[in-house]
Design a protein around this ligand. Structure first.
Ligand code: UDP
Length: 250
């Protein structure tokens, strides 16, 4: 879809969602506070993705890698160069992507993995037009290795790809139901926020996503919905326009 047309159509938010980017943090792949990949969590993610794909909605999934490591933290712990540590973080996302690929396939969903770092023997490299072609054919595309460059996160990668492939919305799946005024686990007075503007997120430094990711979405008119992937059916409900999580838009 040409960019201008895509932007104009996004503004009519009541229209049917056709293409989504789903960002899943690494923590979605493991049990709370745990490390690595948990089979049940993996299956739950795959089932949610399939429930949306079955509606005829095109789904590109950007996976994080925090269930294995995060670059900035590991650089300090191991006294290695930060750039190297970020590359290690990107490779961690590839592990999640390959696991999700096989679970989706096991459940009958056609899928491809495209990586921003070339790993020829394990998956395709990210090629924008090819990614869109897969989506049009009803395949789920899992995007691994973030942006392929260090010092940023997979949130930024998700925003970039949402803009690049003209997604109607960016879904940020977390393990809380949306955005609160404070951390609800630490502050019982924390209030849930149903709607936010991009500026509120940036100005109030709400820790929803990287500022660069929110800024990109704002500049290109991509709305963001933050919701919990822990509740079954949430993603399908969000696609169907039900009031799920926190909606961030202009
Ligand atoms: N990373 C990076 N460039 C990218 C995306 C990710 O260097 O474009 C590295 C970074 O070190 C990050 C790690 O990969 O900490 C894992 O990604 P992220 O923190 O976004 O995972 P999540 O928190 O979503 O699980």
């Amino acid at each position: 879809m040409p960019k201008k047309k895509a932007k104009a159509s996004r503004r009519t938010s009541a229209r049917k969602i056709q293409r989504v980017v789903l960002k899943i943090s690494g923590e979605g792949f493991c049990r709370p506070g745990d490390f690595g990949i948990d089979g049940k969590s993996l299956r739950r993610i795959a089932e949610e993705v399939i429930s949306v794909s079955k509606l005829g909605v095109q789904v590109a999934v950007v996976v994080g890698g925090g269930n294995f490591l995060r670059g900035a933290k590991i650089a300090q712990e191991l006294s290695i160069q930060e750039a190297t540590a970020h590359y290690m973080g990107m490779l961690a996302t590839v592990i999640n992507a390959l696991a999700l690929q096989d679970m989706l396939e096991e459940l009958g969903q056609p899928v491809r993995v495209q990586s921003a770092i070339a790993i020829h023997s394990a998956c395709e490299s990210f090629i924008r037009r090819r990614c869109i072609r897969h989506l049009e054919k009803g395949r789920v595309v899992i995007l691994a290795a973030g942006t392929g460059r260090p010092y940023v996160t997979t949130d930024t990668a998700a925003a970039l790809v949402a803009v690049e492939i003209h997604a109607d919305v960016l879904f940020k799946a977390t393990n809380v139901d949306g955005v609160y005024t404070a951390d609800p686990k630490k502050d019982p007075r924390a209030k849930f926020l149903h709607r936010l503007s991009y500026n509120q997120v940036i100005d109030d430094r709400l820790r929803v996503m990287d500022v660069s990711a929110v800024d990109l979405c704002q500049r290109h008119g991509v709305p963001i919905t933050v919701f919990s992937l822990m509740k079954h059916g949430n993603m399908r409900n969000a696609v169907q326009g039900k009031p799920i999580g926190t909606r961030i838009s202009e």
